[in-house]
Design a protein. Structure first.
Length: 202
């Protein structure tokens, strides 16, 4: 075999291997990286648990953020002594991990939230906020939605909260709010929770 032909074959093989590697890489980066979440460990507290009756769903109405950032704003600007209004914040990758569930002080201390204008509801409602603005064209990321389903499924089962009491902020009787936005996949979430709870009772 001539040297030129050998070089052509080697070059062709190298290009083929490179193309395969690039294809695999592009497929990988095109998907959201999933990571395991131990919900039971995440929700564990060292104090007496509150008798939670509702779960209220929110969006941050911002493109980025995290529990620390929102907590600082609530403490310094809103003057709420316990800071972060919510019990949980689920990140979108801009400020915290994509699908990362951050636990607020109100959860670890099992105290009321400050996430609705109805203080009576706040005392018995778990507040969950997803980072993002779902009133615009955006929807929760796939990882956010997976984490939300896992979290709602776990706490609703633990505290015997029926799916009818898993509500959006805009369903609370108060001054009008669009939260968590028109693009929030509420029906899909409830469907997932009902299916999960049904399977667990079979």
């Amino acid at each position: 075999m001539k040297i030129v032909e050998r070089h052509v074959i080697i070059f062709s093989i190298a290009m083929y291997v490179t193309a395969i590697g690039l294809f695999i890489y592009l497929q990988f980066i095109g998907k959201e990286r999933q990571f395991a979440i131990d919900i039971e460990k995440l929700c564990k507290v060292d104090v007496n648990e509150n008798e939670w009756k509702y779960i209220v769903l929110h969006h941050s109405a911002t493109d980025k953020g995290n529990a620390k950032r929102f907590g600082r704003y609530h403490r310094e600007e809103r003057k709420w002594p316990h800071g972060l209004a919510y019990h949980f914040v689920i990140g979108n990758g801009n400020g915290s991990g994509n699908g990362e569930i951050e636990v607020g002080e109100r959860w670890t201390k099992q105290i009321h939230g400050a996430h609705t204008a109805d203080m009576n509801l706040n005392r018995i409602a778990i507040g969950i906020c997803l980072v993002g603005n779902f009133e615009e064209d955006n929807k929760p990321t796939k990882n956010q939605f997976r984490s939300l389903v896992s979290l709602v499924d776990y706490v609703s089962k633990r505290y015997k909260i029926p799916e009818s009491n898993v509500i959006m902020h805009n369903q609370v009787v108060q001054k009008g709010t669009a939260c968590p936005g028109k693009n929030f996949p509420y029906k899909k979430l409830i469907s997932k929770i009902v299916k999960s709870q049904t399977e667990k009772t079979l």
